[in-house]
Design a protein around this ligand. Structure first.
Ligand code: PLP
Length: 439
């Protein structure tokens, strides 16, 4: 399978080139030239398959031409060794809990799969690969966990000063060995911009290859389609159409869903649920995409003013606003509405949603109220509520206990490099890390 750039200025490249370079040389994002089409008969017995079996079949459809089946199977089994529950939360509304991986956020799906795929594709190279990742909280730790101790790979995690939770910061900064945390004096958007610049830095790349682990990397998006198929398998017996509400920031999660749909998954509609960073909802209303500086909210992993995957989604919709509208609705919600939803559901049945999942829940409910459709709506619960204890306490009295994975990290010692919002500084740090003798 070949991968083209959403800027259309290069000849399509191999899977290896797409995953290893992350961003295309023309600044575009890679997409499969042709999305695979899964045979309709496969869905006949999908309800009998486990998560891993579904993931394997879908992964084979996307990657089978380029990676041996045995390797794909190993990557799938290693990556997805945790449960994916789908409890009902309200009438016709289900929570797809994507937070049972090691860092307790849905980023584990993409990061674990991508890191294993990347190290397979990079196995014959002799120079270290430098993985740069900008994080607003969850990506950094998931990528760090995915790549920790992988031979031949250095990871640089850029996080915005003072804008990740205490626990998230611990999860980013308490690694040893090949994981390097960098606190940037800037916003998440600044971190993202710096990561892109490092990727595009030809001189640096000539000596020290740099790649990205952000959702601009196609290697992360493919696994983010798997759980859409799985949710379908669990609710198929009801016979009702299926709607997904996706809490969105950079829109990588939604892109995974759209890829699943394009590959044949019967999805009635997607709801792109956002906090007040609402450029996408405005776009769906007006047909005009105008990026804005990001605003801080309690669902901080979604504080994105210029979603990086917009280019991919736009290509899938052939730039046609009517196609967007046919498949995707978008709603935005305030922090107050989000807190109220957390409190309301907790009072109603004891279920605890994190602020990101709560935004998606709100989108699910709004859709049901407005459409009156007889459907099942699955909202994606993307982080464990215990990752945000301070915020949860502003919504409910008892935010529940902290799971052991998170507790363990609280006692570890932090270690990180401080940097300005400055490309040169980061460049030197990467050079020094690759070449300690030069100091
Ligand atoms: C990253 C993240 C999101 C947003 O996902 P995108 O793919 O960037 O749209 C939502 N919730 C949580 C908890 C996240 O970590």
């Amino acid at each position: 399978m070949l991968y083209y750039s959403t800027n259309h200025q290069i000849i399509p490249v191999s899977l290896k080139d797409a995953v290893i370079s992350g961003l295309a040389p023309d600044g575009g994002l890679y997409m499969p030239v042709e999305l695979p089409r899964i045979d309709a008969s496969w869905f006949d017995a999908i309800e009998l398959l486990s998560f891993r079996e579904i993931a394997l079949d879908v992964a084979l459809a996307f990657l089978g031409e380029d990676v041996p089946a045995g390797v794909i199977s190993e990557i799938v089994n290693d990556s997805f060794d945790f449960p994916v529950p789908l409890p009902p939360v309200q009438d016709s509304i289900y929570s797809l809990e994507l937070y049972h991986g090691p860092t307790m956020a849905f980023k584990d799906f993409g990061a674990r799969f991508m890191s294993r795929l990347m190290s397979y594709l990079y196995r014959d190279e002799d120079r270290d690969l430098n993985v740069v990742v900008a994080t607003s909280g969850d990506t950094g730790s998931a990528v760090a966990a995915g790549f920790h101790n992988v031979e031949g790979i250095n990871v640089f995690v850029l996080f915005p000063r003072g804008q990740v939770s205490r626990l998230q910061q611990k999860q980013i900064t308490t690694w040893e060995g090949n994981i390097h945390a960098i606190e940037v004096d800037g916003t998440f958007d600044d971190c993202q911009k710096l990561a892109k610049q490092l990727l595009g830095d030809r001189e640096l790349n000539a000596g020290f290859p740099v790649t990205s682990a952000n959702s601009i990397n196609i290697g992360r998006l493919i696994p983010q389609s798997f759980y859409y198929f799985y949710a379908y398998s669990k609710l198929k017996q009801s016979g009702l159409p299926l709607v997904f509400s996706v809490p969105s920031g950079n829109f990588g999660n939604l892109t995974g869903g759209l890829m699943a749909r394009a590959a044949g998954l019967p999805v009635h509609r997607f709801i792109a649920s956002t906090n007040i960073n609402d450029v996408f909802a405005k776009f769906i209303d007006s047909g005009i995409y105008s990026p804005a500086p990001s605003l801080q909210t309690i669902s901080s992993a979604m504080d994105v003013g210029d979603p990086s995957n917009f280019a991919r989604i736009s290509d899938m919709m052939e730039g046609d606003i009517d196609k967007f509208k046919k498949q995707i609705s978008s709603y935005s919600f305030t922090d107050n509405a989000t807190r109220e939803a957390i409190a309301e559901i907790h009072n109603e049945n004891g279920y605890i949603m994190d602020p990101h999942g709560a935004v998606a829940f709100l989108g699910a409910r709004k859709y049901l109220r407005e459409s009156n459709d007889r459907v099942n709506v699955v909202f994606l619960e993307t982080a464990h509520p215990a990752k945000f204890p301070e915020i949860m306490k502003t919504a409910i009295d008892d935010p529940g206990s902290i799971p052991p994975q998170l507790k363990a990290v609280l006692n570890k010692k932090e270690k990180y490099h401080r940097a300005g919002n400055d490309l040169g500084e980061l460049r030197s740090y990467i050079l020094e890390t690759n070449n300690p003798e030069s100091l």
